[in-house]
Design a protein around this ligand. Structure first.
Ligand SMILES: C[S@@+](CC[C@H](N)C(=O)[O-])C[C@H]1O[C@@H](n2cnc3c(N)ncnc32)[C@H](O)[C@@H]1O
Length: 211
């Protein structure tokens, strides 16, 4: 989720449902200054913990689904992104849409709403809305999360929704295994060249296809 936030984008970054702060930690590790982070958490004990754990970060105790009221006077300029771990699927679709609308109202026109979910489909399907026009980017599943999770990025229609994120784990594994395969093939070729006489027939059992 943190990789979907560009540290260069101007303005505060709002986190919804930070809990004990794993996403907050990742946002800070990404290079966001603590003063840029505004956390909205409902549970008072989590708010106390977050304040102790992350000096300089602003913690607002309140209801994220009433974002406009909860953050009234908390932001002095448009936010760059809203990052949410709220369990959206427990809410009615109209509440999810209202949350996205309120988040867009708080952000600059380039702002992104980044949502974590265990669902396979977007928790805020575009067909729900007639008045709010937005685009959705679905990122590859995070298989290492149990259960596997997904991240959806929402932005206003016509804006650049493409989010930066490391390549999917499976794609990484595939890339590594191809490199490994190519190395073995190179070594085989070298061994062949060293041990065979110029006119010896090439063994046919070893494929020399490179990927
Ligand atoms: C699934 S936990 C995620 C916690 C943390 N971000 C993580 O990844 O481990 C959801 C968090 O959202 C908070 N939350 C739920 N409903 C909320 C609401 N309406 N307003 C603010 N926070 C809420 C919960 O208290 C909880 O900390």
């Amino acid at each position: 989720m943190a990789q979907c936030v560009s540290p260069e984008a101007e303005g505060p970054v709002v986190e919804l449902g930070p809990g004990t702060g794993p996403v907050t930690q990742a946002l800070l590790a990404r290079g966001l200054a603590p003063e840029r982070l505004v956390l909205v958490e409902y549970e008072p004990s989590f708010c106390n913990l977050l304040e102790k754990k992350f000096p300089g970060v602003r913690v607002v105790r309140g209801d994220a689904y009433r974002l406009r009221d909860t953050l009234a006077n908390a932001l002095d300029r448009p936010a760059a992104a809203v990052v949410s771990s709220l369990p959206l699927l427990t809410k009615h679709e109209s509440a999810r849409l209202s949350l996205l609308r309120q988040a867009f109202d708080l952000m600059s026109s380039e702002g992104r709403f980044i949502q974590f979910t265990y669902g396979v489909k977007s928790p805020i399907p575009a067909h729900l809305s007639t008045s709010l026009r937005f685009e959705t980017q679905s990122l590859a599943p995070i298989w290492l999360n149990l259960p596997p999770a997904r991240i959806f990025v929402y932005c206003r229609s016509g804006r650049h929704c493409e989010a930066e994120r490391r390549p999917d784990m499976l794609a990484k594994l595939l890339k590594k295994s191809r490199r490994f395969g190519n190395e073995i093939r190179d070594e085989l070729e070298e061994a062949r060249a060293r041990f065979s006489t110029p006119d010896a027939p090439r063994p046919v059992s070893v494929k020399s296809r490179r990927f």
